[in-house]
Design a protein around this ligand. Structure first.
Ligand code: GLT
Ligand code: MN
Ligand code: MN
Length: 397
């Protein structure tokens, strides 16, 4: 039975800027306990089906498109066919990346391997993959260090791994500049899996690392819902900090239950409230980037289930976007937020706009007598604010 997806206000459209990786809808359901349950879907079919569903584009690792051992002739044919599918459908390739985790040669790491030959090969592979992405007009280049970690601290000091990672990124930034490649690099953190521990495990670690690079202006973040939640963190806080720093270069949206392996579930299928606040954050900031889904269908699904998964990922985003508009228009919610804004605007001592230091401001502030009893007595009405939000999400408002 084929599911018919309804056409309504939540239906995805290209100008929503939804993207999927070839590896996401192409996921065949392998896990550590069982082999593939679905047939491979050719990349050109993925492009055509995603276009029908209203997606804007598709992203890939080098080896999602060009097999590891492809000949030059294979590469040319695959590139030609893929370009044709893109041209036929109007689909774009906004992001590209390198697979530095699947092949056995990367089992001890790629840029951070103890083996200088592996580190050099990882750089070579990335440069070829960057060339490939440019052929398709990609503007964002993602770095996810799947094997950049360890199981035993006996094998290397984390400082050495970080130094090697820095050297690799500095090299690749120069490669992009030298070739006039219009890339922004987006670093993706993850605390563990597939290695016991991964280096630079959260977006916060990555952000601090970026400012130690030779070209920090070229490098930002690609935070992923599941990866922050695996550490028990609130994804919106990672994304908010990236936004505030001007470093949200890309985003990987999906769903996850806390404290588990990387589930990469359909966006909005878990923690709908967290997903709502994330959509609110992106929409309120008018963030111009792609809404990329890095997730896959349940292992129970056949190919129809995969297209349902893709459609529902986008549809849920649009439903939550409409909830955000309702939140903004909700008079009772806004009345509580207005009270907060009024609290925010109070003048304590006349020290000019903002909290700018001056000796006069410091003296005035030190002399000011605060009404501590009033501060203690202040209520914030967040129980009501949260209940109104909850009811809005549950559909009773
Ligand atoms: C892999 C990983 C993702 C990364 C992809 C990009 S590959 O699927 O689980 O989180 O974003 O390298
Ligand atoms: Mn990801
Ligand atoms: Mn993941």
């Amino acid at each position: 039975m084929t599911t018919k997806h309804p056409q309504d206000t939540y239906s995805p459209r290209p100008d929503d800027h939804f993207t999927f990786g070839l590896w996401t809808v192409g996921n065949r359901g392998r896990d550590p306990f069982g082999d593939a349950v679905r047939a491979a879907i050719p990349p050109t079919t993925i492009v055509r089906r995603l276009a029908e569903l209203g997606a804007y584009g598709v992203n890939f690792h080098d080896n999602d498109l060009i097999p590891f051992d492809a000949t030059t002739a294979d590469r040319e044919r695959i590139v030609k066919d893929f370009k044709k599918a893109l041209a036929d459908t109007g689909m774009k390739v906004p992001m590209a990346t390198t697979n530095l985790f699947y092949d056995a040669c990367f089992k001890e790491g790629a840029y951070t391997s103890n083996d200088a030959r592996v580190r050099a090969f990882a750089l070579q592979k990335t440069m070829h993959a960057m060339d490939l992405g440019i052929e398709f007009g990609a503007k964002t280049y993602v770095f996810w260090g799947g094997r950049e970690g360890l199981e035993t601290n006996a094998c290397k000091a984390p400082q050495d791994a970080i130094k090697r990672f820095r050297e690799a990124l500095n090299f690749l930034c120069e490669y992009a500049r030298d070739n006039k490649y219009d890339y922004q690099f987006a670093l993706e953190a993850k605390p563990n899996e597939p290695r016991g521990d991964l280096f630079l495990p959260t977006s916060g670690h990555m952000l601090a690392f970026i400012y130690t690079l030779d070209h920090p202006e070229m490098v930002g973040l690609n935070p992923e819902t599941a990866h922050e939640q695996m550490s028990g963190l609130d994804f919106s806080h990672a994304v908010g900090q990236a936004l505030e720093a001007g470093k949200l270069f890309h985003i990987d949206l999906n769903g996850q239950k806390p404290s588990r392996y990387d589930q990469d579930l359909r966006f909005g299928s878990e923690d709908q409230k967290g997903a709502f606040f994330l959509v609110k954050l992106l929409e309120d900031a008018r963030w111009p980037g792609m809404r990329h889904f890095d997730s896959h269908a349940y292992r129970t699904e056949d190919e129809q289930g995969v297209w349902d998964f893709a459609h529902y990922s986008m549809r849920t985003y649009n439903i939550l976007k409409e909830k955000v508009a309702r939140f903004t228009a909700d008079k009772e919610i806004q009345a509580i937020l207005d009270e907060q804004r009024a609290l925010d605007r109070q003048t304590v001592v006349d020290i000019g706009a903002g909290l700018r230091y001056s000796p006069r401001a410091a003296t005035q502030l030190k002399q000011h007598v605060f009404d501590i009893a009033a501060l203690r007595a202040q209520g914030f009405r967040y129980e009501r604010l949260d209940q109104l939000t909850t009811e809005l999400l549950l559909g009773t408002r």
